[in-house]
Ligand binder design. Structure first.
Ligand code: MTE
Ligand code: HPA
Ligand code: MOS
Length: 836
């Protein structure tokens, strides 16, 4: 076990405005600290409520006596035109109160979040199986569901496009293709001593949040709507509900206390439910709940984008990349949704942690007649990163080197005497090998050191030898080992989203109320932001009450996504605290006849440390007075000091010009690395994760316990994506894996026998993030790639580590067996050639 990180208060005060400087933290500190400040291991604010069932989710809220329940009827075909709809028997079903179609929508019909393409209900053209056509409102969900089945819909069935290959062939895209270019890839590829090509099909992933999509809406007396929605993006739900109803935003209020997981699946996908429920509520004047069944949720809502990736890479004798042509093609489903930004993120991250010299990265947004794919932890990043890792493994096999050696040589910031490169855009300069293909300089590059530390603590090389020995003596069971790093860009790539607001009240008994624009989905955001407030006022965490995210408290919010929840909302809450403190300090100085500089906050007290003798050169004697925080707040209230404030934050330094593909889209990078050891049965294709070691960089952790939980959870979720979670559609475009019986998420038995997770120590974020912490939500997801790479490593042992057979994801037993066969075939041919 590592020691916990002892966290001093924010030290970047000099950069804050004048007002804020005056409220610097306590100079006179008692040895007793208030409880729960940042840096401490605090349990999730709802941990007990989660396990006792007291936590209230949307579906747990009290029902209204006249509440209606929704079930939606969806398209039976992946691609078809509706010829006729007969809903007579649906309407006549006992207990059915209303049935709506697109003709009942008072306002906007298209609810696409960024680009159009998502009809709230289909009028004519159906583009995936399950696409909503009509909604039934009934006294119970069971009645509504039964009634849906009675609809008679006639279709003109059209040919569907169901694969990325077909979409690429037909140039069938939801958004235009985009590319990032640096130097001359074609020239480098033509001239290099070594050149290989490879490809991979990377499958999608079902979010499988434990709480499915759900909302509950209530018409208000002003013709508006109160919406409880399990959403990561309350403001967008507010906007879309207002638009479909053709009312102003100020008439719609959206609230969410917590989600039972979101994982990106509730960034845009919660809104359609709220819109449908609101249309019904508006029409009937009754409260409406819409909770999807698990099957509907899996069939109707978007998932992680499957990708088809190819590379053509040139490298020197040491395996250092000299040029590359990279293609990432995302299967976006039937509409744009967030796919433009998702494929962009895949393009940004196809380097993973490696310096891509002369390169061309092309990103396609393929359209298929499946549900519209959406945000999922990593937001396209993982699908790009895994291509970078594929290249590393394949280069290593080609040269017969250990993949870790090749990885280390290609890392950003590693200079090689034999390589001097000049790029077109910076002619005359020797390349520092620290600039990404989109122009961002990789600063604060902890990876080389981090990898070295993990290499040592995981005993990589010792185990490498042991594994080679084991494999030499074991004909069928093969072990594999792989270390893969992560470099993940933190910020929304869409600049305006990088802002946040907060609202803090201090009540007269000293208790504090905190609200901000971020949403809680289990990641511990509410706790971390409360810890920030506890830190600022130096009070116990349990004096702070966090309330549900609500568009009437903090408006115009960004989704809680891109791992930036704490960075953004933590800073906004701190800003609110600083404003309140500024007023308090001013008042305290007057009230106690002291200088503002003499006032500080410490261990639930206001401290007045008056300097008694101010003659120059002499030691100052200090008279210290300590007033309990609650007593002081009462005094401040009587002194008519404002005890409430909003706060605001926007991320500095970021800029990006998409047309030229140049800029600094990310405020900073989050890093980590993992080493996984697997055991593969080459007769059955089954594999087992034996041991994983992780070293991850969260800067100065706000809460090491929560951060470790995020790292462990993300790793397991990433591993599930790449090993057992298989989405399968039939040739009609019907999702066959539409429930837990056929779609297998990792269970506790799939976790590694040995799991060593550590935080990188003593590496505060060099950027001025909240107390120098780093975002943690998504980056460790990509640590799961070491499992996939280790399975390939085990298979490569069948060809003396000289061949890297294609292995798509997930690496199910069937998929592993295909790769095993290809490897054996290669080895057989190689042996024959040698004989001849
Ligand atoms: N952790 C839990 N327990 N549940 C979740 O739904 N979502 C992940 C990550 N960790 C998620 C989670 C995703 S996709 C993101 S973007 C971040 O949390 C969002 O929260 P943050 O920005 O506060 O880290
Ligand atoms: N990450 C996650 N969600 C997003 C982003 C992003 O970069 N952009 C828009 N929504
Ligand atoms: Mo996370 S995919 O950015 O919600």
């Amino acid at each position: 076990m590592r020691k916990l990180i002892d966290l001093p208060s924010q030290e970047s005060e000099k950069t804050l405005d004048k007002n804020e400087q005056k409220t610097r933290p306590a100079k006179v500190k008692s040895p007793v600290k208030s409880k729960g400040q940042t840096g401490q291991n605090m349990k999730h604010e709802s941990a007990e409520k989660h396990v006792t069932g007291k936590a209230v989710y949307v579906d747990d809220m009290p029902e209204y006596p006249n509440q209606l329940h929704i079930a939606v009827g969806g398209s039976a075909h992946a691609h078809a035109k509706i010829k006729s709809i007969d809903l007579t028997s649906v309407r006549e079903t006992l207990g059915v109160v209303d049935v709506i179609t697109v003709h009942d929508v008072p306002g906007h019909v298209d609810i696409g979040p960024v680009f159009s393409g998502d009809p709230v209900l289909v009028e004519e053209l159906c583009e995936y199986i399950g696409q909503p056509i009509f909604a039934v409102a009934a006294d119970t969900m069971e009645i509504a569901k039964a009634a849906v089945a009675k609809a008679k819909i006639e279709y003109d069935v059209l040919e569907p496009t169901l694969t990325v290959e077909k979409a690429l062939e037909d140039k069938f895209f939801v958004r235009p293709t985009h590319q990032l270019v640096r130097g001359d890839a074609a020239k480098a590829l033509a001239e290099a001593p070594n050149r290989i090509q490879g490809q991979q099909h990377v499958n999608g992933q079902e979010h499988f949040y434990l709480e499915g999509q759900v909302c509950s809406v209530l018409p208000t007396e002003d013709g508006g709507m109160k919406v409880y929605s399990s959403t990561q993006h309350p403001t967008e739900v507010q906007k879309l509900v207002a638009e479909v109803l053709d009312i102003s935003l100020n008439k719609v209020q959206v609230e969410i206390r917590r989600m039972g997981g979101g994982f990106g699946g509730k960034e845009t996908q919660a809104a359609p439910l709220a819109c449908i429920a609101a249309i019904v509520a508006n029409k009937t004047g009754r409260p409406v709940k819409y909770r999807m069944s698990r099957t509907d949720d899996m069939v109707m809502t978007g998932k992680r984008h499957p990708f088809f990736n190819t590379y053509d890479v040139a490298f020197d004798e040491q395996g250092i990349m000299m040029g590359s042509n990279i293609m990432v093609a995302g299967n976006c489903g039937n509409s744009p949704d967030l796919s433009d930004a998702i494929v962009d993120r895949a393009m940004f991250h196809s380097d993973n942690a490696y310096y891509l010299n002369n390169t061309k990265v092309v990103g396609h947004r393929c359209k298929t007649h499946t549900t519209s794919n959406t945000a999922y932890r990593g937001f396209g990043g993982p699908q790009g990163v895994i291509l970078g890792e594929l290249m590393m493994d394949d280069i290593a096999r080609h040269l017969g080197e250990d993949p870790l050696t090749i990885r280390k040589r290609n890392l950003y910031g590693i200079k090689h005497d034999h390589i001097k490169v000049e790029h077109g855009e910076k002619k005359g300069q020797v390349d520092e090998r620290n600039q990404t293909h989109y122009g961002q300089i990789v600063e604060n590059n902890v990876l080389p050191e981090l990898i070295e530390e993990l290499e040592t603590t995981s005993e990589y090389w010792k185990r490498r030898e042991e594994i080679k020995q084991f494999n030499a003596n074991s004909p069928f069971l093969k072990k594999g080992l792989s270390l893969t790093p992560v470099k993940f860009g933190i910020s929304f790539t869409v600049q305006f989203l990088n802002q946040a607001g907060a609202l803090v009240h201090v009540y007269t008994d000293g208790s504090i109320h905190l609200n901000h624009g971020g949403t809680e989905m289990g990641q511990g955001l509410f706790l971390k932001v409360a810890q920030v407030v506890a830190e600022e006022f130096q009070v116990d965490l349990d004096t702070i009450q966090v309330s549900a995210t609500n568009t009437e408290k903090v408006p115009n919010t960004s989704p809680t996504a891109a791992s930036s929840g704490t960075d953004l909302n933590g800073m906004a809450a701190r800003d609110a605290c600083l404003r309140i403190k500024a007023g308090m300090v001013k008042f305290a100085a007057e009230h106690y006849g002291a200088q503002e500089d003499d006032i500080s906050f410490d261990n639930n007290h206001l401290v007045i440390a008056k300097k008694l003798d101010s003659k120059k050169g002499e030691d100052l004697s200090i008279e210290e007075q300590r007033v309990p925080f609650a007593d002081f707040v009462q005094q401040a209230y009587m002194g008519r000091v404002p005890l409430s404030s909003t706060g605001f934050y926007k991320t500095p330094k970021i800029h990006y010009d998409r047309a030229s593909g140049q800029g600094r889209p990310f405020y900073y990078y989050a890093n980590g690395a993992s080493v996984s050891e697997v055991l593969v049965d080459t007769l059955t294709g089954e594999s087992r994760l034996v041991r994983t070691d992780i070293l991850h960089d969260v800067g100065r952790s706000l809460n090491p316990a929560i951060d470790k939980g995020q790292i462990e959870g993300a790793f397991i979720q990433g591993m599930g994506w790449l090993t057992t979670e298989e989405l399968k559609w039939n040739d009609q475009g019907r999702l066959l894996t539409s429930g837990p019986a056929t779609y297998k998420i990792p269970a506790v038995g799939d976790t590694p026998f040995e799991f060593n997770v550590n935080l990188l120590e003593d590496k505060p974020n060099r950027e001025e993030t909240i107390y120098r912490s780093k975002a943690v939500g998504e980056p460790p997801f990509m640590l799961g790639i070491s499992v996939w790479s280790a399975i390939r490593d085990a298979i490569a042992s069948l060809a003396d580590y000289k061949y890297g057979a294609q292995m798509d994801t997930p690496a199910t037993p069937e998929c592993v067996l295909r790769s095993v066969q290809a490897t054996k075939e290669h080895a057989r041919k190689a042996a024959q050639e040698q004989k001849a």
